[in-house]
Ligand binder design. Structure first.
Ligand code: FAD
Length: 410
């Protein structure tokens, strides 16, 4: 099989790129090791443990790709406020969408919902889809890449896009150098029911062992009325502590979770099945070479404490699509490293800045010495009193600052 461009990985980011390139005169083939089937959505089903806090920029991209409606009709939870505080001090800060005259700070959406809404559009598009197609080997063959799948099938294209996630096979097989290190954190994720309503607020407590987030979920499962009691939690902690928490009975887990969260939403009454995910930071030293570009988690994966991973990935996809379509209009060769470098120049500084900020936050809140504790608590309270400074943070979280691709503009 031959195409102008092969995207390996039909996760959220690879699927978004494929949709952005449809009907533009480029033959796109999207391949994935999974089934690529879309299940009918069951509104009574439990929440999926893995969710994403989608920024305004991501919402705009998904709207322009015709995907947002499919998300909203399934299940999504807008939130307008965010409360962050230091578990071992007095510092706290409150952000609100109203401070920048926005309706929401973002939406909490189950990953499966985003994925299905994207796939639904893809099945109706001109993009070639190849399901159950796991990449095993990769080599250059003339001007093309030659991909061999685990079942022996072979694919060929002059331009290859790696969108195959944090453990990218493309990145490894193409020999792309990557910096990576362990955060020495595992994240426990699940959905929990609390005694008090979450008030459409995202909550984050920095504990000595790592950040603990309660993300509000809109629940219409119980009689159609949303009591605002369900939250998705991301509890980052040391691997040993995560292992211990994973073995607890549900009632004991709920008790420890409530305590770690200072019972801000009362008792934790119920918890769904837990997932434990080791957290690693990875960053490819280059995002492009002749005939190859890395996007999404294949290029960078960061700590989930600010919920930015897939938001950065959607911006990668939108910028790369824009760069390729401009090159196409100018009659340039898409696989040319000089063309692909335009994508790298626009995205790498932004992604690196976000990763550095996450790293800084993570270290500051883990720091034990008294002066640093004092500094961060005083700093949080100080910034909380500065509306202008807070508005800057909020615009950053909305994803609307910096060099925005056309798809993310209003
Ligand atoms: C605990 C946690 C919480 C998070 N919360 C947030 C959040 O609130 N907001 C946010 O923006 N981000 C969040 N993230 C990050 C976000 O989940 C990732 O950035 C996002 O899933 C990356 O999407 P992707 O499409 O790049 O990769 P993936 O979702 O990993 O998709 C990769 C695709 O490639 C396919 N694939 C893999 N290998 C092969 C192969 N060899 N051959 C063929 N196909 C292959 C897979 O089947 C998959 O479909 C969180 C991450 C974690 C761990």
């Amino acid at each position: 099989m031959h195409a102008d461009l092969i995207i390996v990985g039909a996760g959220m980011v690879g699927s978004a790129l494929a949709l952005a390139l449809q009907d533009q005169g480029v033959e796109v083939l999207l391949v994935d090791g999974g089934s690529l089937s879309v299940e009918p959505f069951d509104h009574a089903a439990p929440f999926e443990a893995r969710v994403s806090a989608l920024s305004m920029a991501s919402q705009r991209i998904l709207e322009r790709l015709g995907v947002w409606q499919g998300i909203v009709t399934r299940r999504s939870s807008p939130y307008g406020d965010m409360q962050v505080w230091d578990g071992s001090g007095t510092g706290q800060i409150h952000f609100s969408a109203a401070s920048v005259h926005a309706d929401t700070l973002g939406h909490i959406v189950e990953n499966r919902v985003v994925q299905d809404a994207l796939l639904e559009r893809l099945h109706d598009s001109s993009v070639g889809l190849l399901a159950n197609a796991r990449l095993e080997q990769l080599r250059r063959s003339g001007d093309d890449w030659l991909l061999t799948l685990t079942d022996g099938r072979q694919l060929r294209a002059p331009l290859l896009i790696a969108a195959d996630g944090a453990n990218s096979a493309v990145r490894r097989l193409a020999g792309c150098a990557t910096r990576e290190w362990d955060y020495l954190h595992h994240a426990i994720v699940t959905s929990v029911r609390c005694a008090q309503p979450h008030q459409a607020m995202a909550w984050q407590r920095f504990t000595d062992q790592g950040p603990l987030a309660f993300l509000p979920l809109a629940d219409a499962r119980e009689g159609g009325v949303d009591e605002q009691r369900w939250c998705s939690i991301v509890w980052s902690t040391t691997p040993a502590e995560a292992e211990r928490l994973m073995t607890l009975a549900d009632a004991d887990f709920c008790r420890e979770l409530g305590k770690a969260f200072e019972w801000r939403l009362g008792e934790v009454l119920q918890a769904d099945a837990r997932l434990c995910i080791p957290l690693r930071q990875r960053h490819a030293k280059r995002y492009v070479e002749e005939g190859l570009a890395l996007i999404g988690d294949a290029a960078h994966s960061i700590h989930p404490l600010a919920g930015q991973g897939v938001n950065l990935g959607f911006l990668d996809a939108a910028v790369l699509a824009e760069v390729l379509l401009h090159a196409l209009a100018r009659g340039e060769r898409l696989a040319d490293e000089r063309v692909l470098s335009r994508y790298e120049r626009r995205r790498m500084p932004h992604n690196l800045a976000m990763m550095a900020a996450m790293e800084g936050f993570e270290r500051l809140f883990q720091a034990d010495p008294m002066p640093l504790r004092w500094l961060r608590n005083a700093g949080l309270n100080w910034v909380d009193d500065l509306p202008e400074a807070k508005a800057l943070f909020v615009r950053q979280a909305l994803g609307l600052s910096g060099d925005l691709p056309e798809l993310a503009r209003r």
